[in-house]
Design a binder for this molecule. Structure first.
Ligand code: BGC
Length: 439
């Protein structure tokens, strides 16, 4: 429930007769727009100009496309505006520089994806993003967005500049039942068993660990190994406190050894895109993949059932936790009040209960609101929800590192993963140097 009148009163507009106590799903977007435009003329709020909004994102795999279609549908059907899809292929590392250069170069899209965290920080600081604070207050976002860190990542100097749309966690190992059956093995229940059974998988002609070549994949997998092998406290000293001595120390040495092992086990993957690596797990060519839970969208679209065709191990089956990574939408300023009103309607739509459920079920992510019905969640999503309820969450690297530091770490991992002659000790030394200068 939200009480619209409170928001109006805060804006000094208490001249409206009657209280407006409404479920947010019931709020007519035009009414809401009217609230935000500071008008009390609710009856006249029907005249809204239809706008076409270009929305950029990097959701191009089968599961991702199915999920983003739910947002487009909710916007097209629930408002008089039109979603113009601006998908950029190649993943986040390719898409983000394009998005940033369009925004800074004077050709901004109307809405765009970034990961939760600091990727758009400089754009916000430069005053290029629409301020969503009034909308957030009118709709009571702080009351239902959970965990609060998601909205914190959208907030700068007390103002809100983005809409978190999901919680995606990097912390998963996806295992192929077919691959293990073919090799006459039980499906591993943790990273140690995964490593121990890898030689038999290789003998059976399988690639133990599927790994694509997009730069972000190895960096993400490294972060997952770090929490599983070094433990959350040690990971936090490096990633949150940016303690270079811990990054250079013995606990992290074990993480780099594990990464070298993972590199060896993945060297025959020969795929570029993350979803092609997931496909290797789906069709039994590979034993497993360390990947965020967006992988679930691929299993779903291939008709695979969690627990029957594949197993998902949060925290690599070592420490059950999830990271609060994920996606948020920003709305670059347009200097056009009608477009701005439509942008706010899109922001509101993305957070509506129906869109949150429809989108996240297809995306494999958890909704950002705890007050939605997720009866249709599959086994893996249920595991994620239980971990979230227990509060076993950590921030994502993107929430902690600046975009510049994240890129340096990503580049280093690409080098390490591609150059088999680079030792665990060598990469650890360079990693620790980056942490020493990290912001
Ligand atoms: C995003 C996911 C997306 C994945 C692969 C991540 O950065 O958070 O939504 O599915 O990249 O494209």
């Amino acid at each position: 429930m939200i009480v619209v009148r409170l928001a109006l009163e805060e804006r000094g507009q208490s001249d409206i007769s009657g209280a407006f106590s409404l479920h947010r799903e019931d709020i007519d977007m035009r009414l809401l727009r009217s609230v935000l435009a500071g008008t009390t003329a609710f009856c006249a709020a029907g005249a809204v100009a239809a706008a076409e909004l270009e929305v950029t994102h990097w959701w191009t795999s089968g599961g991702e496309a199915a999920a983003v279609t739910e947002f487009a549908k909710a916007f097209n059907e629930g408002t008089e505006h039109t979603w113009v899809d601006g998908a950029i292929a190649g993943g986040g590392s390719t898409a983000r520089p394009i998005m940033v250069s369009r925004i800074t170069g004077g050709d901004p899209m109307h809405a765009t994806q970034f990961n939760h965290g600091r990727q758009a920080e400089e754009l916000v600081e430069a005053g290029l993003m629409l301020d969503l604070t009034d909308l957030a207050e009118a709709e009571g976002w702080t009351d239902f967005i959970h965990p609060a860190s998601l909205l914190d990542s959208c907030t700068l100097d007390g103002r809100i500049y983005c809409v978190p749309v999901n919680i995606h966690s990097w912390q998963w190992l996806w295992l192929s039942h077919k691959a293990y059956e073919d090799a006459g093995l039980d499906v591993p229940s943790n990273w140690g068993e995964f490593i121990d059974t890898a030689p038999q998988l290789i003998e059976a002609g399988k690639v133990p660990l599927a790994m694509g070549q997009q730069p972000w994949q190895t960096a993400g997998a490294f972060g997952v190994l770090a929490t599983a092998i070094a433990g959350v406290d040690t990971w936090a000293k490096v990633t949150i406190d940016k303690d270079a001595s811990v990054a250079a120390g013995p606990e992290y040495a074990k993480v780099f050894q594990a990464a070298a092992q993972a590199r060896e086990l993945s060297k025959d993957s020969n795929v570029q895109d993350w979803n092609l690596a997931t496909a290797m797990v789906i069709n039994g060519q590979a034993g497993g993949q360390i990947m965020g839970d967006w992988a679930q969208g691929e299993f779903a679209i291939a008709g695979k059932v969690a627990g029957e065709d594949y197993t998902c191990l949060p925290g690599l089956g070592v420490h059950e936790l999830i990271s609060t990574a994920g996606d948020a939408f920003y709305f670059p300023k347009q200097d056009d009040p009608e477009i701005e009103a439509a942008q706010l309607e899109l922001a509101s739509t993305m957070l509506s209960k129906t869109a949150q459920v429809a989108f996240n079920l297809k995306k494999g992510s958890l909704p950002v609101r705890g007050d939605v019905d997720l009866a249709a969640a599959n086994d893996c999503m249920k595991k994620g929800l239980a971990i979230l309820a227990e509060g076993n969450i950590i921030p994502s690297g993107d929430q902690s590192f600046s975009a510049d530091t994240a890129t340096q770490l990503e580049d280093l991992m690409v080098e390490f993963w591609n150059d088999l002659s680079m030792s665990a000790e060598e990469v650890q030394e360079i990693y620790a140097d980056i942490i020493a200068d990290a912001d």
